[in-house]
Design a binder for this molecule. Sequence first.
Ligand code: PEP
Ligand code: MN
Length: 261
Amino acid sequence: MATSTQIHNADFSEQFHIIAGPCSIESKEQFWDLAEQLHKIGVKLLRGGIFKLRTKPDTFQGHGSIAYSWAKEVKEHFNMGFVSEVTDPRQISDMADVVDCFQVGARNMYNYPLLSELGKVKKPVLLKRAFAATIDEWLFAADYILKESNEQIFLCERGIRSFETRTRNTLDLNAIAYVKKFGGPFPVIADPSHGTGRSDLVTEMSLACVAAGADGLLIEVHESPAEALSDKEQAINVNAFKDLHDKSHKLAKFMRDLNSY
Ligand code: PEP
Ligand code: MN
């Protein structure tokens, strides 16, 4: 990671990373300003949605391909890796010029043609677990990517549906520990932003994920969460993110020392 924005599985085995950024890229200025602040904090991997698969069709769906050049300019300026969601196989060739890692969202975990196409690219794929997928279904989805010879897969637990309504989803800590132990050689990334849906729980659950074995976190950050165009309830501000970042890195180091005894 130090000298290039390429992302590899090995980055996560060497060092704990947080992928941070807004749910959606809202403008070039917004993305630039936030990236600048995250870069100062020490973040090396940026996230930001360009195509948003929203549950409600009348909500903001992302800027689409006009945001490619914004994202490229920002990530190159700050020398950060960039992760963004691909929602359709037809986006892959143009998007490959912008992203360092393709995200497959929860709604597309079962989109096998998309997974097979991503199996042919030479970039990592962050594969989110679907809302109601069993761990086996999630790992079989990873096999669709592997089958085409792409071994760069990051498994991302982002919460599953349960009867609980106080939180948006139920972050499955069991799944983090399980896939870390039995899910193959893949880095395990936890997403407590979507897993809780609540900014006031994101830090606590980030630490729980690190203790459960997560190799990295995916966190939604916004300079002014109340004004975010998507997922405003779960975005944390930059100050809260700095606190989360420092605590998570300390805990990750502690866990690595503990596990190496
Ligand atoms: C996201 O990362 O903004 C997102 C839409 O996530 P998920 O697919 O987990 O809902
Ligand atoms: Mn989101």
